[in-house]
Design a protein around this ligand. Structure first.
Ligand SMILES: Cc1cc2nc3c(=O)[nH]c(=O)nc-3n(C[C@H](O)[C@H](O)[C@H](O)COP(=O)(O)O)c2cc1C
Length: 172
């Protein structure tokens, strides 16, 4: 698949087979995350790889829309490092770019994934930080649930001319 195909055919996958994800593939995903663009190229992110069944089950309980974690063999928590960049706005944008990179890489490698929002919801940030024993300067931004897909979702139609504007012609 070329990159446009990867982007257009990626879907949020919430059902997984019980096949384990090889270590080499996990390294590919993390590297893809680390090649995301970041403000001032600070790369102020950290990644927590969660493959412990007990922790995945607890995360499924904590996250209000994260029940698929009970089936997922892996999750990656993308975090911002407040010691490296004090701007939470930029941290969240950088981590969003890293999250998308990981999800696109996952799809290209035959994996399914879904983005579970964490930041800026305090009622998710706090219990996840406690469960995973994160340092206080680490801000969890996005939790990615991953696994080999056990569902195939069609490509919806999303291209919309109404969302496109040229130059100063918005009101015309
Ligand atoms: C910031 C953000 C938070 C999201 N949170 C959740 C979530 O908590 N649970 C979930 O199942 N999907 C979550 N999603 C996935 C969206 O529901 C999904 O991307 C959207 O429905 C479009 O579907 P697609 O990813 O298949 O294109 C989230 C996506 C984003 C970008």
């Amino acid at each position: 698949m070329n990159v446009i195909e990867v982007i257009l055919t990626r879907r949020s996958i919430r059902k997984y087979s019980n096949k384990e994800i090889p270590t080499k593939i996990i390294a590919n995903l993390l590297e893809a995350g680390m090649y995301a663009p970041s403000a001032r190229n600070l790369q102020a992110w950290q990644f927590v790889v969660i493959n412990n069944r007990g922790l995945l089950n607890e995360l499924a309980e904590i996250h209000p829309y994260g029940k698929m974690l009970k089936q997922a063999p892996l999750a990656i928590l993308v975090c911002g490092d407040k010691m490296k960049d004090e701007s939470e706005g930029y941290l969240s944008l950088n981590c969003a770019a890293a999250t998308q990179n990981i999800m696109l890489a996952a799809h290209s490698l035959g994996l399914g994934s879904v983005w579970l929002g964490v930041y800026p919801k305090e009622n998710r940030i706090e219990p996840i930080s406690t469960l995973l024993k994160l340092p206080e300067y680490i801000l969890p931004m996005a939790l990615i649930s991953l696994g080999y897909p056990d569902e195939i979702l069609p490509k919806p139609e999303r291209f919309s001319r109404e969302k496109i504007h040229y130059n100063d012609q918005w009101y015309k």
